[in-house]
Design a protein around this ligand. Structure first.
Ligand code: MGP
Length: 194
C-alpha cells in the first residue's frame, strides 16, 4: 500500500468533481504543457501522451505523490476537435456533429513520482447525435454554455438531449475522467480506496 498524497494535474473543474466521487483527499494543480498533436499521431496515443506529460509536469514539485493526469479529444471524420472556447466555434462543432457519430478518447495516467512508475489507459466513447437544427443548437448553447468542453456539450446535463445513443465502458470518461479505469490504475499502484 502506498497511501501517498494525491495530486490531480488538471485545471478542469469537471475532472475535480469526478475525482471527488472516489472519496480520496487530493489537491488539484494546473499543469502547463504544450498540447499540440504530433504529425501522424493517433488520438489514442495523443491523449495518453498528454495525460502522462501533465502528470510529469508536476513531478518535480510533488516528488512523493501519486499524480493523476488526463486528456480528452473528440474525433469527427479523422479530424481532432478540442474545446470550442467560443459560442461561434461551439455552433460550428454542433452543426458538424448533427446526425453524425463522433468518437471521444480520454487518456489517463497515474504517476508515482517517488518511484517514477506510471500506468496509463485510454477509454473510448462513441456518441451518435440526433439531427440538430440551427435553432435547437442555439437554444442548447444559450442554456448550457459548454464552451470549455470538448465536443461542445455537457453529457451529464442537458447535452444528453442531443444524443441518439452513447456507447462506452465508462460513462465518466466522456465527462473527462474515467473513474473505472482510474480505480484500476490506483489499485495497481497500491493505493487503498475508501
Ligand atoms: C465531453 N466533455 C468534455 N468535457 C471537458 O472537456 C475538457 C477536455 O479538454 P482537456 O482534456 O484538454 O482538459 P482541460 O484543458 O479542460 O483541463 P486540463 O486537465 O487542465 O488539461 C475537460 O475539461 C473535460 O472535462 C466535458 N465536461 C463536462 N462537464 N461534460 C462533458 O460532457 C464534457
Amino acid at each position: 500500500m502506498t497511501d501517498l498524497p494525491i495530486i490531480l494535474a488538471s485545471s478542469s473543474p469537471y475532472r475535480q468533481q469526478l475525482l471527488q466521487r472516489l472519496g480520496l483527499p487530493f489537491s488539484a494543480v494546473a499543469p502547463a504543457i504544450d498540447e499540440t498533436p504530433r504529425p501522424e499521431e493517433a488520438p489514442q496515443q495523443l491523449v495518453q501522451r498528454l495525460a502522462l506529460e501533465k502528470a510529469q509536469a508536476l513531478a518535480e514539485r510533488f516528488p512523493q505523490h501519486l499524480i493523476i493526469g488526463s486528456d480528452q479529444v473528440c474525433v469527427r471524420q479523422q479530424q481532432i476537435l478540442g474545446k470550442p472556447h467560443t459560442h461561434q466555434a461551439a455552433t460550428v462543432q454542433l452543426q458538424a456533429a448533427s446526425d453524425q457519430e463522433l468518437y471521444f478518447y480520454t487518456g489517463l495516467t497515474v504517476l508515482n513520482s517517488a518511484t517514477q512508475q506510471s500506468l496509463s489507459d485510454c477509454v473510448s466513447t462513441t456518441v451518435k447525435f440526433r439531427p440538430l437544427s440551427a435553432a435547437q443548437i442555439e437554444r442548447y448553447l444559450q442554456a448550457e454554455q459548454p464552451y470549455d468542453c470538448a465536443g461542445s456539450f455537457k453529457a451529464e446535463g442537458l447535452g444528453i438531449s442531443l444524443f441518439r445513443y452513447l456507447r462506452s465502458d465508462d460513462p465518466t470518461a466522456l465527462i473527462g475522467l474515467p473513474l473505472i479505469a482510474l480505480t484500476t490504475l490506483l489499485q495497481q499502484l497500491g493505493q487503498r480506496l475508501p
